[in-house]
Each structure stands twice: as structure tokens, then as C-alpha cells.
Design a binder for this molecule. Sequence first.
Ligand code: FES
Ligand code: MG
Length: 595
Amino acid sequence: MAKKKNGNGGKRPLRSREWFDAKGDPTMAALYLERYMNFGLTLAELRSGRPIIGIAQTGSDLSPCNRHHLDLATRVRDGIRDAGGIPIEFPVHPIQETGKRPTAALDRNLAYLSLVECLYGYFFDGVVLTTGCDKTTPAMIMGAATVDIPAIVLSGGPMLDGHFAGGLAGSGTIVWYARQELAAGRIDMEQFIEMVASSAPSVGHCNTMGTALSMNSMAEALGMSLPGCAAIPGPYKERGQMAYETGKRIVDMVWEDLKPSDILTRKAFENAIVAASALGASTNCPPHVNAIARHIGVKLENKDWDRVGYDIPLLVNCMPAGKYLGEAFHRAGGVPTVMKELLDRKKIHGDALTVSGKTMAQNLRHAIKADGEVIKTYDKPMLDQAGFAVLGGNLFDSAIMKTSVISAEFREKYLERKGDRDAFEGTAIVFEGPEDYHHRINDPKLPIDENSILVIRNAGPVGYPGAAEVVNMLPPDRLVKGGILLLPCIGDGRQSGTSASPSILNASPEAAVGGWLALLETGDRVRVDIGRRTANIMITAKELAKRKKAWKPNVVPSQTPWQELQRKFVGQLASGACLDFAVNYQKIAKTKGVP
Ligand code: FES
Ligand code: MG
């Protein structure tokens, strides 16, 4: 696209001019200007008519996964300056997956709100969204979608590969393994910490295909970052180079008036869904991507993930579904190589526009070929069908199951196979949230055996609040010692993207708002038919109705004002757990323009 002299594609003057020229009220312009000169910007710069570009900074000491964005911002600034823009860096509400109580998911909507206020209330013509740790990526894209000014994602990239005892140690996945070792008495607490810490050898986010790498890959598949951005490890030189190119590119995007609403189309979302299957992406992708869709005004629901994505094969051999980590994934070509395999099979829309100003197909022209090992070819995948199965029934309206992590052992032990249909049945053991689970799981009186299904409730967006990552529950120590390393799990909470547990999660509506899961009792039989996409309590409708009548909400009190506010307005995981009223604001930006 050619550069237009007037900016914003020539349609209107740059947004920043309303602040710094403020023709209607020159005295206000003086007030807007004076404080931005007090650290050295000059009047000539601020009045030069050059685009003012925000760098939405998610890194801080509090957010180690994103902390190196503090350094990368220098290269972003260089890029912005070289392309003729003026950088203004600002902090957004920090989110750290591993440090925040009760759960970092509570803060996604808060960071979203904080970004919307910054983008709307200040003079930005465009913004670089720094992303990394799980929720930072959706929060930033959701915010940019609402305000709809030109925006580009800069991922922070995964940490270097972790190593332990001669093997690879992946973020999160090592924790699940170390917990089994600890439960079985094979390691002590000191060894546990050493094992877990070995997976985090450098700056960057989780190095497995957990929620962070999945969501940054989703950003790239959606067309919101430059090709190749997602997988470059945080410490690599290419990461700094990508930061520079991203800074340069956003300035041109302002002149081209290339906005999130031009990129985040239905086709882009379908591309992301297909990519998620091929990547073996986290179960957190459906709620986050559905939330982004709602904030840009595109209709997308869980059923679309099953319909568009279920039959797509698993191509990426990364933990938890495979064996490699971020460095190998990057060297094998990262997201562009995966997208190219999918494009060649006509599984994605090549004509979707991206932040590069080119289409997805144009971006992929120089993608390197799949090596067949770290990134498999479409003909010889890791697994034929790797999408999410979306289930419903008398337990919930909608819940998802990541079929790409169903192990051979689980298949053997639990699944009855009828034709091409997988199903299993078991006796429910019900926990009222993670504290109850930890308190009772090793209680010898609890009747758990290998035919049990572990169920956790009151762990959803309202119940916990925020929706805790707790559905993948370890069996009691006595079963682990006897070789039963996992049991089927069901819950209205979420599950870590690094977990290889074949759980049924994100059950919506959640128990705390009266979803059917609230009526389940320990001892009930539950039948899950993956082929038919159903999950049901096997009791009579009469008995269910009786329990419904007797049901009372069981919600722990809010501990902070934000918890209370979020609980009042948050929707269910199936529809992205958005603040429901907030999704209307993009329409306002679209019809009236962003003042
Ligand atoms: Fe931050 Fe995994 S904990 S990316
Ligand atoms: Mg997580």
C-alpha cells in the first residue's frame, strides 16, 4: 500500500493531532504538550505530524515471563524512529501466570480494561502490543480490538530449552512429572524444586506448547504479528531484530490505516482454529480466541472449533503433545512452516490480510519446508485428528476436550471403542474447588479407584473467580504408587496448557451460576461419549429435577474489589469469559471513529 500524506489512509488527520494541535482550543494543546516535553521531547517533534506510537509494556519485575520486553522496547523504539514515528512507552496492568492468586485469569479482563483506557484516553495513532505470558496476549489483542487503532503484536518468545538429567525439561510439563515422582516417593522436596527450576533457564515465557506459545502462535496465525514472530526464543538475536521490524512496521500501518478490524475477520479466526489443532495448542486457546472475536465483533463459538478444527492433524512435535521445545520449533520454521503445510492442503484462507500489509499466503512464500520431525508434514502427522472435541449434555451445555493429548495408555485403559467412536464411563468423585481437592484427595475414606472420574466444580469465572487451572487432578498417592498416573477429570475450571491430561474442562455454565455440574454427587455414574460429543450423569430426569430444586449456590466471598466487579459482569468460558457489557464498545469505535 502506498503511503498517504495525510495519514490514516488520507481519510482523516492523525488522531494525535487532536491533542497536540487542538485547533479548537489552543490553550488545551499547550497543556497536552507541556508535560510530554519535560523529559526531553521537543515541541517541534510533537508538532511534526509524525505518528505517535504507543508501546504497551507488559514486562516488569513482577512479570518475569515478559520482563525482557523492557529491553526489547529499545529496539522497538529504534524501529519506530527509523520509520518516522515517535515512541511513547507505557505500562499496562501486569499479569504473571505463576505468581497471581487466586488465578492470573482473573487479571486478563483487568489488563484489557487498562489497555483500553490508555489507548482511548491518550493520543496514540498506533500501538505495539508486547505479549508473552499466557493472558497477556489475549488481553492486549482484546484491548486493541475494542479501540481499533492500528496495532501489532510483538511476542517476547519462549525461554531457551530447559534440561534435566540429560533430557529436555519443559515448562509446566516437568511440574506434572515431578509431582508424580514426589507422590510416588522417588524424589524429595529439594529435588522437586531443582527439577522444576531446570525448565526455566533464561528470559522468556514457557518453552512448551503451553498457553503462552500457543496464544502467541494464535496471534501470528490471526495475522496480528509479523511472520515468524511467535517462536523466536526470547534471548535470540532474531528476537531483537523482530522487535526492530515490528516498530518500523507499525508506523507504516498507521499511514495505511490498517486496523485490527481489517485483520481480525472470520477467515482469520478460522485460520487460527486450524493452526491450533496442528500446533497441539493449549485448551486455553478457545476461550481466549473466542474473547478476541467477541471484542472485534466476529461471531465465534466453541462449536466452530470442533467443526473447523477437529479433523486437522497434529503437525508440531512439541510438549505436551510431543517431545520438543521452543528452540527446536523455531529452528524448524515455527508458525510459518506449520501454516504453509496447512495452506498447501487448502486448510487455511490464504487471502486473509495480516499486519505485514500482505496476505497470509504472500507472507508464507518463503516459509521453510517442514522437516518431518519437529514439524511433521501433513501426509505423515503425529496424529490424524488433533482438534478439540466440544461436548454437551445434562452436565453442561459446552465443555472442551483436547484429544491430541489422549495417551495410548489412557486409550487402552479407559476408552471403549465402538467403530470409530470413543467413550468411557466411571463413578464421579466430586470436589468443591481446588482447596477441597488438596484437602481430601489422600483421605483413605474417599472411594477412589481406577474406575473413578475426578470432578471439580466452583472453579469457573464466577466461582473461583477468574477460572482456576485446576481440572487436571492427580489421583491419590496410593494409586500413583500403584502405577495409576492419571484418571479422567471433568470440571468447570480450566487446565494448564502444559498438561497432557485428557480432561473435560471449561464446562459452561459453571456450577456457581447453577450449571448442571452443581447437581452431581459423589457416586453418580457419568458417561462420556466422545464420538457423539456427549457427557451425561446417568440418573433420571426426576432425580435431577429434585436436586435442582434443592440446590443452593456455594460461592466463596470475594477478597478484592476487582473480584467482586468481575463476578458481576463476567460471562462463561464457552463465550470467552469476557466482561459481557464490554463487547459492545468496539461497535462504538467502528461507527463513530475513535476520538
Ligand atoms: Fe508465564 Fe508460562 S508462566 S508463560
Ligand atoms: Mg497456565
